[in-house]
Design a protein around this ligand. Structure first.
Ligand SMILES: Cc1cc2nc3c(=O)[nH]c(=O)nc-3n(C[C@H](O)[C@H](O)[C@H](O)COP(=O)(O)O)c2cc1C
Length: 318
């Protein structure tokens, strides 16, 4: 079956599926697997030490596939400069970049004279309009079901997606809680031109940096198995609920601010769980869609199943 949407056209991909930036998980292996299978894979730049590491990951993707891929810049959550990383993406002529976590203007201005497609991840209509004004080629809209950082407004994907579709003229990619062909077709029915998935890609064979315990927690999850942390510091984000996130919520209840929380929510605490499986000493981001993930396929198998589901829905609708 042919999949042609404004997003497949814009990004030159076979299926309208983008792999979200995944901190400390989305390196070349996953990005290349997603792109090779017909979606848009992404390398998460801010998980890397420096520009040379990014250059190396970009080269590794190109050794594995000639298909388009992206580099994700989560600029707000890391207290470090990103400009040198964007320079590398420009020098290496990456086909696509995505920006999240802060005002995208700096990154968009840097790449605007280059043939790079620009995606901006937003969680509110106002942010989507701003991104369009600043020159984004498409927006990814993440609803509150999603894994990782969310909007402060707690708006679900089902409401946010059509709201944004109706207020911008650039294509919209729906994100948050989508894990299968049913979710993809629902997003397209809402007016999205594509989908972004994060959590679903953690439970794939090619997500080699995710510890088996983390993958197992996603497979075992029900719809109550995730929790929003960091709300008290204005940066709500959804993680798998465990002892460590219980401790985080206890600290947050005391309202003592970032300093009292920083060791618990650090990148190191994140890696202790997602890389080492140490659930007593760390946390891992995941969305509510975990409740509907029951296997660990290859990305190619995942897309195959999703497209079959989507095809069955199309037949039903005809
Ligand atoms: C483990 C994990 C790490 C994430 N890290 C990033 C990141 O570094 N940059 C980014 O733009 N989004 C990040 N996100 C958000 C995803 O790109 C995506 O928007 C989100 O996962 C969509 O919701 P879903 O998990 O329900 O598919 C992360 C999400 C998860 C689950």
């Amino acid at each position: 079956m042919e999949w042609k949407t404004k997003i497949t056209e814009l990004l030159q991909i076979k299926y309208p599926i983008v792999q979200g930036g995944l901190a400390y998980l989305a390196y070349a292996d996953l990005a290349a697997a997603v792109s090779k299978a017909g979606g848009l894979g992404q390398i998460t730049a801010m998980s890397l030490k420096d520009g040379e590491e990014l250059r190396n990951e970009i080269k590794r993707v190109r050794q594995m596939t000639s298909k388009p891929f992206g580099v994700n810049f989560a600029i707000g959550q890391h207290d470090r400069p990103y400009e040198h990383m964007v320079e590398v993406a420009i020098e290496e002529k990456v086909p696509v970049i995505s920006v999240t976590g802060g005002n995208p203007k700096g990154v968009l201005d840097m790449v605007k004279d280059h043939p790079i497609k620009k995606l901006v991840l937003v969680a509110a209509q106002r942010q989507a309009e701003k991104a369009e004004e600043l020159g984004a080629d498409a927006v990814m809209v993440v609803g509150q079901e999603g894994g990782g950082h969310l909007g402060r407004g707690d708006i679900g994907t089902l409401v946010l997606t059509p709201k944004v579709v109706d207020h911008v003229s650039i294509p919209v990619i729906a994100s948050g809680g989508i894990v299968d062909g049913r979710g993809m077709m629902a997003a397209l029915a809402l007016g999205a031109e594509g989908i972004e998935m994060g959590t679903r890609f953690i439970a794939t064979k090619e997500c080699i940096d995710a510890h088996p315990e983390y993958k197992r927690a996603i497979l075992d999850a029900d719809e109550h198995a995730t929790v929003v942390i960091k709300r008290s510091i204005g940066a709500p984000a959804r993680a798998i609920k465990n002892d460590w996130t219980d401790q985080i919520l206890e600290i947050e209840a005391k309202q003592e601010g970032y300093e009292s929380l920083k060791n618990h929510i650090s990148g190191e605490a994140n890696k202790r769980y997602i890389h080492n499986g140490n659930e007593m000493a760390g946390f891992g981001w995941a969305g509510q869609g975990s409740a509907r993930i029951n296997d660990v396929p290859t990305v190619e198998e995942l897309f195959h199943t999703m497209m079959q589901e989507a095809e069955n829905i199309r037949k039903k609708w005809d």
